[in-house]
Design a protein around this ligand. Structure first.
Ligand code: 4AD
Ligand code: MG
Length: 438
């Protein structure tokens, strides 16, 4: 290609108006007229219309352009100019076109494909405008979370993936042969966070977590990413406030930085703009009462003491425009590590945060049992192996303090912010019941 022409990312083209640049990418789309081709090129940072005109290009270059199908890879040179008629406001008037690979049979076309076909071609589907927009928002959310915790004195401490015992109940464990021993893929980094707060005060971990759920709903993955924070000298009320603050912060950031992506997704952003703290709170007892009184099409009454399933969460969250905290679950409904509420000792100091618009639970959090005897008793009641938890009991032996934390699911949050109808689009390569390829 012509020398002394600078390489440019499409996102940076506005800085090169009037100058010649070289752009490399893939053909998103092509429109052709008499003696002219409009090549829509994308490079991951943006899209730009490149104009190949027979008036200024040799016939063989025009023939090259003729042969290019969707997703051909190419390198082009041309002058950047401002043009209000062009999508994005800029275009490139081409002087050179160099195909790297000509493609004419990309499997995904503009016609409607079934979900099954798209899922099998997830590695190619990801190139679509919609999937790119979702991945950009995912990236922004991850950055926002890192910024939020960094600014508030939290250290990121990564938790292990192989674990010797259950954290969130024994029914959803994936086991692995650990050279003759059994290990499990982590369900949560929480117990490790509870150790590292004694070193660093306030911590969070962020990584993949695994649940061997047999559920096939719009909101369950077998592998999902969870942000989990934990802080010493932190009580239930502090915990709920921090969740509110984090969500309001995250929404503001996504609205500020991802306007274009939200527009691509046709997200109704009014619903997000109106999210404001404090979020409403609903006592578990009252939630059960509402379900039994108002939820349509129930075959049998919901039993006090059961945990909510997807239909109940959807019903509850639809009663509110804001995210809602469900509080005071009965002891025994939830995990072993939660501390009973001193004012209502048959319930725990825990809350689930349900997103609006029927998206269900996005956060689970609680104040932790910090008393050794009470904790040992709970581990026994839950039928968990005490030996495996000796290290965890040590945390209540050596300088125990009140502490709390929560886990925020990335894909569920992203599905809500993007307005997705299914969680499978919120992660690049979803792992679901009967789905492991590609
Ligand atoms: O409520 P969960 O199970 O809480 C915990 O794991 C705690 N140890 C967190 C903590 O206190 N450190 O999960 C927390 C969140 C849920 O609210 C949801 O957003 C997400 O993780 N989540 C899932 N996301 C997708 N697919 C699944 N199967 C999920 N299970 C939980
Ligand atoms: Mg939960």
């Amino acid at each position: 290609m012509t020398e002394d022409v600078s390489q440019a990312l499409i996102m940076h083209l506005p800085q090169h108006v009037g100058k010649a640049v070289c752009v490399r990418g893939w053909l998103r789309n092509k429109r052709s007229g008499k003696n002219i081709h409009f090549l829509i090129l994308r490079d991951g940072t943006g899209e730009v219309q490149c104009v190949a005109s027979g008036d200024s290009l040799p016939a063989e270059t025009m023939q090259l352009c003729d042969a290019l199908g969707i997703e051909s890879s190419l390198e082009v040179v041309g002058i950047v100019r401002e043009d209000a008629r062009s999508p994005g406001g800029y275009e490139v008037a081409l002087s050179e076109v160099k195909p790297l690979q000509v493609v004419n049979d990309f499997p995904i076309s503009k016609k409607e494909h079934g979900v099954e076909f798209l899922m099998e071609h997830r590695h190619l589907w990801l190139r679509s405008r919609r999937q790119v927009a979702i991945l950009r928002i995912r990236d922004e959310l991850e950055k926002a979370w890192a910024d939020f915790f960094y600014e508030r004195g939290f250290a990121r401490v990564d938790a292990p993936i192989f674990t010797p015992a259950a954290c969130e109940g024994t029914t959803t464990l994936f086991d692995v042969d650990y050279h003759g021993d059994t290990a499990y893929l982590t369900q949560s980094g929480q117990l490790y966070n509870e150790a590292t707060i004694f070193a660093l005060g306030r911590v969070y971990c962020f990584g993949p977590t695994f649940r061997a759920e047999k559920s096939k709903t719009r909101r369950h993955l077998l592998e999902f990413w969870m942000l989990e924070m934990e802080a010493a000298f932190f009580e239930q009320e502090d915990n709920l406030r921090l969740q509110e603050e984090l969500l309001v912060f995250s929404i503001a950031r996504v609205l500020q930085k991802c306007g274009r992506e939200l527009a691509t997704l046709q997200r109704d952003t009014d619903k997000l703009v109106n999210i404001a703290a404090p979020f409403p709170r609903l006592h578990y007892r009252d939630a059960v009462e509402q379900i039994n009184r108002q939820m349509p099409d129930r075959a049998e009454p919901f039993r006090y003491g059961d945990d909510f399933g997807a239909p109940e969460e959807t019903f509850i969250s639809q009663q509110f425009e804001q995210p809602v905290f469900v509080t005071n679950f009965p002891v025994g409904t939830k995990a072993f590590y939660m501390k009973p509420d001193p004012d209502e000792p048959d319930t725990v100091l825990a809350a689930d945060l349900l997103a609006p618009e029927g998206y269900g639970e996005i956060v689970g959090g609680s104040q932790r049992e910090d008393d050794l005897d009470a904790l040992e008793k709970r581990v026994g009641e839950h039928g968990l192996p005490r030996e495996a938890f000796q290290w965890y009991f040590d945390l209540r032996r050596y300088g125990s303090v009140p502490h709390s934390g929560f886990g925020l699911g990335l894909e569920r949050t992203l599905a809500w912010l993007c307005g997705l109808s299914h969680i499978r689009e919120a992660i690049p390569f979803p792992r679901m019941l009967h789905h492991l390829y590609p």
